[in-house]
Write a protein that binds this ligand. Structure first.
Ligand SMILES: O=c1ccn([C@H]2C[C@H](O)[C@@H](COP(=O)(O)OP(=O)(O)OP(=O)(O)O)O2)c(=O)[nH]1
Ligand SMILES: [Mg+2]
Length: 166
């Protein structure tokens, strides 16, 4: 497979909107704040404050050294990093993790090593996950007897077929 062609970026893109300010306490002042690797990235990288080695199949709740106060109406989702997943089989057990707006504790990442054979060694300061901040609705759950009909109806779990091969 060839890589899709890209054009060189003329200049750093400004983020289109004013960024949302999120208050952060650094519980580990020697490590930097979460940061976006590129302008426009969705996820800001989270670091581990500790060295951790994960054996094949092992999981660990890894501290990131930050506590945040999200504005109400927002959520921060802890997503895996695709590079760690592709190279080392490292993912997140509860992917994506949910950081509630009212949570004031340390943000942690429940990493798992899905590689069948190789342990993975993570070092303090390594980028282990990425935080995606989103607006979120609060639902009011209203009980009814009958739901409005829809084209999909109750079909799910492969009701439209498998891979779509001829
Ligand atoms: O990847 C994660 C997931 C959660 N949390 C923190 C923030 C979140 O607000 C809190 C609770 O998470 P969640 O609601 O997913 O866990 P729970 O098992 O439902 O715990 P609780 O009963 O505390 O809500 O734990 C993290 O730091 N990282
Ligand atoms: Mg919960």
């Amino acid at each position: 497979m060839t890589e899709p062609a890209t054009q060189p970026e003329p200049q750093p893109e400004p983020r289109p909107e004013q960024p949302l300010e999120i208050q952060v306490v650094r519980l580990d002042p020697d490590l930097p704040l979460p940061a976006y690797a590129h302008p426009g990235d969705a996820g800001a990288d989270l670091l581990t404050t500790v060295d951790v080695t994960l054996a094949p199949g092992e999981r660990a709740l890894v501290p990131t050294g930050i506590a945040i106060a999200l504005p109400s109406g927002h959520v921060a989702l802890v997503h895996p990093r695709s590079g760690l997943a592709a190279r080392h089989g490292v993912s997140i057990v509860n992917s994506p993790g949910t950081v509630d707006a009212g949570y004031r504790g340390e943000v942690k990442v429940l990493l798992v090593n899905l590689d069948p054979a190789e342990p993975v060694e993570l070092r303090r300061g390594d980028r282990i996950a990425q935080l995606v901040v989103q607006r979120v609705e609060t639902a009011a759950f209203v009980e009814v007897d009958v739901l409005p009909s829809s084209q999909r109806g109750t079909g799910g779990y492969g009701s439209t077929g498998g891979f779509g091969r001829p």
